[in-house]
Design a protein around this ligand. Structure first.
Ligand code: DAK
Length: 269
């Protein structure tokens, strides 16, 4: 018997009938639908490794991450795998948690979220650059109700996006929010009907993948710095990254193409 991999990578077609894959886009699926894609250690490690491999591949310019089935993106870390763990087990663990490895990916990542997106699943979505949410998405951090607390970036990333007042209420009560509330709070890049989720996420990925790689990566680096640097240092970093792009062939090409009223031909295509 062959076992199916838990993390599956496809080069998706733009539409079910289209033969050609969407240029530069990879679709990564967490495949444990029988436990609502709960994330055990090996699943998270395998996801981080898969994303790092794609990140090192110059042909991959955008990555969509989703969960198998219609019920969940991921219902959190695997509680069965955690129930008997000790403090020492956690302290002995890799200091760079898999969630941080996801957050460090330089290729644009888009979480395509439908159904339950809870605990470590929500923290995974928060570690991605963008979130496309289906209108049936349910998001929350229920950890405190399990006698623990968010441990994969949730207290930090959620607080930076929605502010301490909302983050405290959500984390201390474990309340689940619907997709509309998540959208209102600024957690979502695009909110779409559930039936359109994957198409919308792939279309967004395709639009990003059509852009010049170095400019995209530099912009992502500057955006990420906004939540960790004081304003003056962030603006200084932005200025340096902006200037550096004038050393790339795509700056001349992009501007010439505009002036010559033609489509640009990016250097890596
Ligand atoms: N873990 C393990 N199994 C899960 C699961 C989970 N998180 N969520 C669901 N399942 C399993 C259920 O046990 C059930 O399996 P069987 O009993 O059929 O074998 C199956 O999925 C279907 O679930 P339900 O029968 O419960 O389905 P319902 O529709 O009734 O309910 C639900 C759906 C999502 C409301 C419910 O399943 C639920 O409340 N699930 C748990 C949600 C949760 O509490 N998530 C947070 C887990 S704690 C860290 C990294 C990460 C974390 C911490 C530290 N470090 C790097 C330090 C993260 C922690 C967490 O995420």
């Amino acid at each position: 018997m062959t076992t199916q991999p838990i993390i599956r990578v496809e080069l998706p077609a733009a539409a079910p009938s289209a033969a050609a894959p969407v240029a530069g886009v990879a679709l990564v699926t967490i495949h444990r639908p029988e436990v609502l894609n709960a994330l055990d250690r090996s699943t998270m490690r395998s996801l981080a490794e898969t994303l790092e491999t794609l990140d090192a591949d110059p042909a991959c310019r955008a990555i969509v991450i989703t969960g198998a089935g219609e019920r969940a993106f991921a219902a959190g870390a695997d509680i069965r795998a955690m129930v008997d763990m000790s403090r020492e087990d956690h302290l002995a663990d890799d200091p760079l948690a898999a969630w941080d490895r996801v957050a460090a990916i330089g290729t644009p990542t888009i979480a395509a979220v439908r159904g339950y997106c809870l605990g470590g699943g929500f923290e995974l979505a928060l570690a991605c650059h963008m979130v496309v949410a289906a209108d049936d998405a349910v998001l929350g951090l229920p950890e405190v109700g399990l006698g623990i607390m968010p441990g994969a970036g949730g207290t930090q990333r959620l607080t930076r996006i929605v502010g301490p007042a909302r983050a405290t209420e959500l984390i201390l009560t474990g309340r689940r929010m619907d997709a509309r509330e998540a959208d209102r709070l600024g957690l979502v890049s695009r909110l779409v009907p559930a039936a359109d989720l994957l198409d919308a996420a792939l279309a967004l990925a395709a639009a990003v993948a059509a852009m010049p790689t170095q400019a995209v990566r530099a912009a992502l680096g500057a955006i990420a710095a906004a939540s960790r640097l004081p304003l003056d240092q962030g603006v200084a970093l932005e200025r340096r990254l902006f200037a550096d792009l004038f050393d790339t062939p795509d700056q001349a090409e992009g501007m010439r193409a505009f002036l010559e009223r033609r489509e640009p031909r990016w250097s890596d295509r």
